[in-house]
Design a protein around this ligand. Structure first.
Ligand SMILES: Cc1ncc(C[n+]2csc(CCOP(=O)(O)OP(=O)(O)O)c2C)c(N)n1
Length: 624
């Protein structure tokens, strides 16, 4: 086993050239075996094996730095930096993260998770290097999907002014999670497919390189700013900005990658290496279904099929179905996604109403302002987006949607703890960041039927509105409670006395269980489904406070700026004697792990909530 010879960074340099292919194959088999058990980002990693090997062979880690955009493709990097054993616990609670983590290794120089940050971070490291008078090599690795994100261009614009070395590798597999979209993708595709011309160019370069001073001539040609270059050299988009373009190069050829890296290191400016790779390479099911194997659940290696059959429908499925109905009912309904047609459930809508479906690339900020424009033009836009990715578009929600009171509906998936992707992906801030924006309306459904009702209702409101729902199976309890939606009003489910539980969305299910157990301990207990987080149902809170001794709010969001805080503020204004206990996620980042475990860790599962209520209010006798 060649992999066994690699116990730490730089050990790969002991591997003989002729064994590079065998090592790449071992790495692939290792990743397939491990990810088939733990789940994880298989496709992107299989595509980045040789590229990562070439980087490790060409750089000196941890002194040199690699910044992995998104970070989901860094498994080979982890393997080559002494973390082979970590794959046993990949993405598990307390185990190895699926993303680069500074606290995990000296060789991870920058944490990532959200897309399109690597060039900015790399440029920062370059400036820090230069200011400190150091000479390390800094490389940002970004995918073609991530290159659709606006931040990447802000960074390229800035990097173009550099007069020192900074290497950007564009890992172009012609895929985002789904098909990559837009003009940049088309531009890269044109470069990639111009093979006849490229062979010609390569032929000329090779001939020149064999002549005396040939290398110099090649370099001069590459750098020449003549108009002829526009005609013959690809990558002019980058070149014209002042960024040297090298490539395209076969990203699965270790030695070709090493050669181009040597050339890139000599540049005294920002240089972009365009590497062509294949997502899922070496595992037929992942090559055939790149979207499915982007973030794979555990699977059977022989067939590529998921190891456990899909359980009950999740909220994304429900959203998907409702969207097809809404699209049929009203031609003004349009749907927008930022590169997540599969993840958000918009694929069916796209297939039925392609002209009313917009995948804008990994560009959440643009998605929101684009939706605002659609609304200003009389359409009824629904932006389907994950909670953590919408964080990016705070100003666009405020400035472009809410100040103008434009009727954009946000369908916020993965709101709450999402599990194995970890702190960058937890959707636990949306209630806070959306609540702070005047004119925003925020709802959360208790079960799958209510998600459907809320979506339909939100479209009738004609105001900015957000509906947030969690990852995983959709709750199908409390079916008999389906009171029509009313503006700003919550829904009382059980009306008793002593304790009132007021739960937001996903926490209603938990509250049902907590209530049952509280009743067993002898406490009468009301249960209210908040429905609205903004505006809060003040009338209901006032009545609950008057009729109970303890009010408990429950929300899968950080405490700061959340529902509980709003209720507290309102109760304070009433000078209410009723006690308030707010159950929310503590003021910290929640790491990766199974969602059930994470709920226990942050004290949000039914057991913990019950214990917390008993400890805080019952055992000390304050409710008797
Ligand atoms: C801001 C943001 N939006 C969405 C995502 C979800 N996401 C993760 S990877 C990915 C596609 C990245 O494509 P690319 O950069 O080409 O890398 P590949 O997976 O093809 O290797 C997307 C959309 C994200 N990580 N960050």
């Amino acid at each position: 086993m060649l992999l066994e010879k690699i116990g730490k960074e730089n050990d790969i340099k002991e591997i003989r050239r002729e064994d590079y292919k065998a090592l790449a194959e071992e790495i692939r088999q290792f990743l397939i075996r491990k990810i088939s058990v733990t789940g994880g980002h298989l496709g992107s990693n299989l595509g980045a094996v040789e590229l990562t090997m070439a980087l490790h062979l060409s750089l000196d880690l941890p002194d040199d730095k690699i910044i992995w955009d998104v970070g989901h493709q860094a498994y080979t990097h982890k393997l080559l930096t002494g973390r082979r054993a970590g794959f046993e616990t990949l993405r598990k609670y307390g185990g190895m993260s699926g993303f680069p983590k500074r606290k995990e290794s000296d060789c991870d120089c920058f944490d990532t998770g959200h897309s399109s940050t690597s060039i900015s971070a790399g440029l920062g490291l370059v400036k820090a290097r230069d200011l400190a008078g150091e000479s390390r090599t800094i490389v940002s690795v970004i995918g073609d999907g991530s290159l659709t994100g606006g931040m990447a261009y802000e960074a390229l614009n800035n990097a173009a002014q550099l007069r020192t070395n900074f290497i950007i590798i564009l890992n172009d597999n012609n895929m985002s999670i789904s098909e990559n979209v837009g003009g940049v993708s088309k531009y890269l595709n044109n470069i990639r497919t111009a093979t006849g011309y490229l062979d010609l160019k390569e032929g000329i370069y090779n001939a020149l390189q064999n002549m005396p001073r040939g290398e110099q001539i090649v370099r001069n040609i590459r750098r020449a700013k003549s108009s002829v270059k526009h005609l013959v050299i690809p990558g002019m988009f980058f070149e014209d900005m002042g960024i040297t373009y090298l490539g395209p190069v076969d990203g699965h050829n270790v030695e070709a990658m090493m050669k181009v890296l040597r050339e890139a290191k000599r540049c005294k400016n920002a240089v972009l290496i365009h590497a062509i790779t294949q997502k899922g390479k070496g595992f037929a099911p992942a090559e055939r279904h790149p979207a499915r194997f982007h973030g794979a659940e555990p699977f059977d290696i022989a067939t590529g099929l998921p190891s456990s059959p899909k359980s009950a429908p999740n909220y994304t499925d429900v959203f998907s179905t409702v969207m097809t109905k809404l699209g049929a009912r009203d031609e003004k309904v349009v749907a927008i996604t930022a590169a997540m047609p599969d993840g958000t459930g918009l694929k069916r809508f796209r297939n039925l109403y392609p002209e009313r479906f917009f995948d804008v690339g990994i560009a959440e900020q643009h998605a929101v302002t684009f939706a605002a424009g659609l609304a200003a033009g009389g359409m009824k836009p629904i932006v389907a987006v994950y909670s953590s990715f919408l964080q990016r578009a705070y100003d666009q929600i405020l400035h472009d949607v809410c100040i103008q009171h434009l009727p954009v509906v946000f369908a916020i998936d993965r709101a709450g703890l999402v599990g194995s992707d970890g702190e960058t992906h937890q959707g636990i801030f949306d209630l806070s960041y959306l609540s702070s924006i005047p004119g925003m309306h925020i709802m959360a459904p208790k079960n799958k039927w209510e998600l459907s009702d809320m979506l339909k209702y939100a479209l009738t409101l004609g105001v900015p509105a957000a509906i947030r729902y969690p990852r995983g199976s959709a709750y199908d309890g409390l079916r008999e409670f389906r009171k029509p939606m009313e503006y700003g009003r919550s829904e009382i489910i059980y009306e008793e006395e002593d304790i009132a539980l007021v739960a937001v969305g996903s926490m209603v299910k938990t509250a049902v269980e907590v209530r049952r157990r509280l009743k067993e301990t002898g406490y009468a207990c009301s249960l209210v489904n908040a429905r609205f987080v903004k505006p809060i149902d003040e009338e209901m809170i006032r009545e609950l406070a008057a009729g109970h001794r303890l009010l408990v709010t429950l929300e899968e969001n950080v405490a700061s700026g959340g529902f509980g805080e709003k209720v507290r503020e309102y109760l304070d204004s009433l000078h209410s004697a009723c006690r308030l206990y707010t159950i929310a996620i503590p003021d910290e980042y929640v790491e990766h792990g199974n969602v059930t475990t994470l709920h226990q860790e942050v004290g949000m599962d039914a057991d913990s909530v019950l214990k917390r209520i008993i400890t805080a209010y019952i055992s000390e006798g304050s409710l008797t």
